[in-house]
Design a protein around this ligand. Structure first.
Ligand code: C2E
Ligand code: MG
Ligand code: MG
Length: 833
């Protein structure tokens, strides 16, 4: 793109700057004298902050001594910069997106060369006719700040600050002429060295220049420009004061139209291109004037036409390319498959769009954004290919620079990894010198990907911003919350008296994050897992600390998410809890705290209950009902699983026999067996005893084992299974699909059924891969002559799907939750589907 269209052209070159140590007073004076509304704070040749008239509102006017503070303590930072070569359209969008009024313009080496304001950019685009169409009343800012002339200046500043107003009307009750005070007046007072006026009335500008609410914005703008002021009072026909209108109010009412217009211009250009299949001449004017390179090829791919911008961008004149193949522009950086995909898309969709590297005549390789449209005649025959492209090398460079320069995360405004690492290094050095402790916390949102995938990135981004706010609200001043990328956050606690304080903060963070969150119409729940690493115990360098906090975070995830872990496990409050649980688990059997609940398995053909699974529960005197998911792994670790397993087996066999004794029909009872029970103790012997003691016939007992039984200690386990099978016991593989069983083992092992894991069943109707996986497992089971059982069936749709695919049995909340032995009785011998 030519330079006539870049920021450079409209940049104001007089740039007012000062050193960080300059006082507020001196800075204000310099601005006042230069009639500049902003000043850049420069340190060591690099811009580090900016201070504008708007910032006068946060100066303490009740304490003129504060005007002697250094400007660096009140400046806004980091400074927003824009490269001089950015084109006007892109610049307009950046103002819009980043919500600022000024950008500091920098050159290739990052040196500031001037300032550009939003008004410069917008007015450059010829917007007068919009100003004619809109009237003043539509843009007037409300409510307006009104101050009595007798009020103190500091009160006025406070009111303006609170209402975010850049000016206030000074009007009394006794018919005095009204006046106005603005940010510019405040600047003047600071510049005057803190001589405080007795009251607001003494410095208000009079008369108040007015404009009628029915006048056009254009006439308002002209008045502002002629009078060299920035505010007008808006009055109604009857002379009533309605509010204030400022230059920036006019701009903001233009913004919408401006962006619309930008879009429209682009659309118009595209439409013109499409019409060109009928009459290329009409489009030619647009094409010739376009700043984008345009190339038209005939159906056999030879160049037919290029516009002047094409020549400017590629260096090839019209005659040098017409009649040639566009491959002369290829950079050699893309492989065959890249071009194959391009042609594929052109043939199927009629359009291709993307970034591509091409080569100029000079040999220089550059990136361009390219759109190719296929143009067809009424009969659908291809008549031309039209390619439109712009050189994006400047944009890419600028993006890269902004990315590298910036210390802040664009989405959330939090410090990014770079700034975090800097601060962490400082904190480590400080802690080292003072022999103190400090900590970092690594956070990752649990299952965040799901939100992104199901609701889209827009919602995902909003969630991240809200989480960022919540984290920020949890920490103290001096702590740093940063976003490392994706859904990863870190918190730096540079001063830590006790490790418990970090744990407490982690607790606060976890419970704060898990509060419901509403985004658009969605009510969402996110949780986070936190890992903590403490200096010096868990590492001496930034890298080790981050790595170890990350490790601890993964441990928290493994232990069930929504929790925190310290890197040094001995410090975990969770492990205290665990210790308590361990000691009571040891006594649970003797104290009779275990109990069984039962869940029916329903035959999909007969609709009747064909089996029952026994599921253990632990009634802890203080903790209440503890889920097996929590204590079974613990029992396995503690070597208690065989004992508990033996109790479960015997109790289940007894219960099954007593249903029969009540006169109910026989159904097979299934008992879950831990892999470790194959290793510790004699499982076959235990089963024999349980059957004997209860009187249950072996064919009515089923053991549910997991895939790991088939994969570990293969020979030994196979032998136990053979023994059980010889007794007539049924064997099924639980949670099938989550492990890694090999098909050859499945074939060799004596098993009767596969229980499809509920995670796949859940996905059946959510157009995930679930449906395909479930169908595959059912077929696999049938091919191996096994029954297929689906667990976790919660909806009728899932049941219908399973029946249609020939699944044999289902189990799940749809038919019954796990219930007590008494409650199960009502489910026997009736149609449950
Ligand atoms: P499992 O053997 O796969 O048991 C099925 C689990 O799914 C049970 O959880 C059950 O309550 C739950 N469930 C059943 N229908 C549905 C449904 O429609 N939707 C959902 N979301 N869940 C459903 P529970 O009772 O918490 O047991 C968890 C796991 O603990 C069991 O998974 C099993 O692996 C283990 N377990 C339970 N009892 C024993 C036992 O006596 N010994 C051993 N070693 N492990 C056991
Ligand atoms: Mg089971
Ligand atoms: Mg299961």
């Amino acid at each position: 793109m030519g330079s006539e269209n870049t920021i450079d052209r409209i940049t104001k070159r007089e740039i007012l700057s000062c050193a960080p140590g300059t006082t507020i007073y001196e800075a204000a004076k310099a601005m006042s004298q230069a009639r500049c509304s902003s000043i850049i704070i420069v340190d060591d040749g690099q811009p580090i902050g900016i201070w504008t008239e708007r910032d006068t509102l946060s100066v303490d006017f009740s304490d003129p001594e504060s005007f002697g503070r250094p400007i660096a303590s009140v400046m806004s930072t980091p400074i927003k910069t824009i490269h001089g070569k950015t084109n006007l359209g892109d610049a307009g969008l950046r103002f819009q997106l980043e919500g600022v009024r000024h950008f500091v313009v920098v050159d290739d080496s990052g040196k500031p060369v001037g300032v550009v304001s939003q008004s410069d950019v917008i007015l450059r685009h010829g917007v007068e006719h919009f100003l004619v169409l809109r009237n003043v009343g539509s843009s007037v800012k409300q409510p307006m700040v009104k101050i009595a002339p007798g009020a103190a200046l500091s009160t006025a500043v406070e009111m303006m600050g609170a209402m975010r107003a850049d000016a206030a009307v000074v009007v009394g009750d006794h018919g005095e002429a009204p006046g106005i005070i603005t940010e510019r007046d405040l600047l003047r007072i600071i510049a005057a060295g803190g001589e405080m006026p007795p009251n607001v009335g003494a410095i208000a500008s009079r008369p108040l220049i007015t404009v009628n609410e029915n006048d056009s914005l254009l006439s308002a703008r002209n008045t502002l420009e002629e009078r060299r002021i920035r505010h007008l009072a808006v009055v109604s026909d009857s002379g009533e004061l309605k509010g204030l209108l400022s230059f920036s109010d006019i701009l903001s009412s233009l913004q919408y139209e401006y962006v619309q217009r930008l879009d429209e211009a682009l659309r118009e250009r595209d439409e013109a291109l499409l019409r060109s299949r009928k009459d290329l001449h009409i489009a030619r004017k647009v094409i010739e004037a376009s700043l984008d390179g345009i190339m038209i090829c005939n159906p056999s791919g030879m160049i037919e036409f290029v516009n002047p911008a094409f020549s400017q961008l590629t260096g090839y004149a019209f005659d040098e390319v017409v009649g040639h193949n566009p491959s002369m522009l290829q950079s050699g950086l893309h492989d065959r498959s890249f071009y194959d995909r391009m042609w594929q898309s052109l043939h199927v969709q009629g359009i291709w769009q993307g970034e591509i590297w091409n080569r100029r005549k000079s040999g220089e390789v550059y990136p361009e954004w390219l759109t190719i449209n296929v143009i067809r005649d009424e009969d659908g025959v291809i008549t031309q290919y039209a390619a439109v492209f712009s050189d994006i090398s400047e944009r890419k460079k600028t993006e890269e620079r902004i990315k590298n320069l910036a210390y802040f995360d664009v989405l959330t405004g939090l410090p990014n990894r770079r700034l975090f690492t800097d601060r962490l290094q400082v904190a480590i050095a400080h802690a080292h010198r003072h022999g103190a402790q400090m900590a970092i916390m690594f956070l990752d949102l649990d299952l965040f990907k799901r939100i992104n995938d199901s609701l889209g990135h827009g919602i995902g981004d909003q969630v991240l911003c809200e989480v960022a706010n919540r984290l920020q609200a949890c920490v103290r001043e001096g702590d740093t919350v940063a976003r490392l990328g994706g859904d990863e956050f870190v918190i730096l606690l540079p001063e830590l008296d006790h490790v418990e304080d970090a744990a407490k903060l982690a607790d606060r963070v976890i419970s704060r994050v898990k509060q419901p969150l509403s985004v658009d119409e969605h009510e969402l729940y996110v949780t986070t897992s936190v890992g903590i690493a403490v200096y010096p115990d868990d590492g001496l360098t930034d890298e080790t600390l981050i790595k170890n906090a990350d490790t601890a975070m993964y441990r928290a995830k493994d232990l069930g998410r929504n929790s925190y872990q310290l890197y040094t496990p001995a410090m975990n409050a969770k492990s205290f809890e665990r210790l308590a649980m361990e000691s009571s688990l040891r006594h649970a059997l003797n104290r009779g705290e275990f109990t069984l609940v039962y869940q029916g398995k329903i035959d999909l053909v007969s609709g009747r209950m064909s089996g029952v699974e026994a599921l253990v529960r632990w009634r802890h005197p203080e903790m209440g009902l503890v889920s097996p998911a929590e204590f079974i792994p613990l029992a396995e670790n503690m070597g208690l699983i065989s004992e508990i397993g033996a109790w479960v087996l015997k109790a289940a066999c007894r219960q099954s026999q007593s249903w029969f004794d009540l006169g109910l029909p026989r159904v097979r009872i299934a008992v879950n067996v831990s892999t470790l029970q194959f290793r510790e103790g004699d499982l076959a012997e235990l089963v024999k005893q349980a059957l004997q003691e209860s009187g249950l016939p072996p064919q009515f007992l089923e053991l549910e084992i997991t895939e790991s039984v088939l994969m570990q200690r293969v020979d030994e386990n196979a032998q136990v299974l053979q023994e059980l099978r010889a007794m007539g016991i049924h064997i099924s593989i639980d949670d099938f699909g989550t492990g890694y069983s090999s098909l050859s083992y499945l074939k060799r092992m004596p098993i009767d059924a596969l229980k499809i894991d509920r995670s796949f069943v859940k996905d059946i109707t959510e157009d995930g891969d679930g449906a395909a996986i479930v169908s595959t497992i059912i077929n696999l089971a049938h091919n191996l002559k096994l029954r297929a059982v689906a667990e976790g069936v919660e909806t009728q749709d899932q049941a219908d799907f399973l029946r249609q695919r020939g699944c044999d049995e289902i189990q799940g909340f749809l038919v019954s939750r796990p219930v007590s032995a008494e409650d199960l009785v009502s489910l026997f011998d009736r149609n449950l589907l």
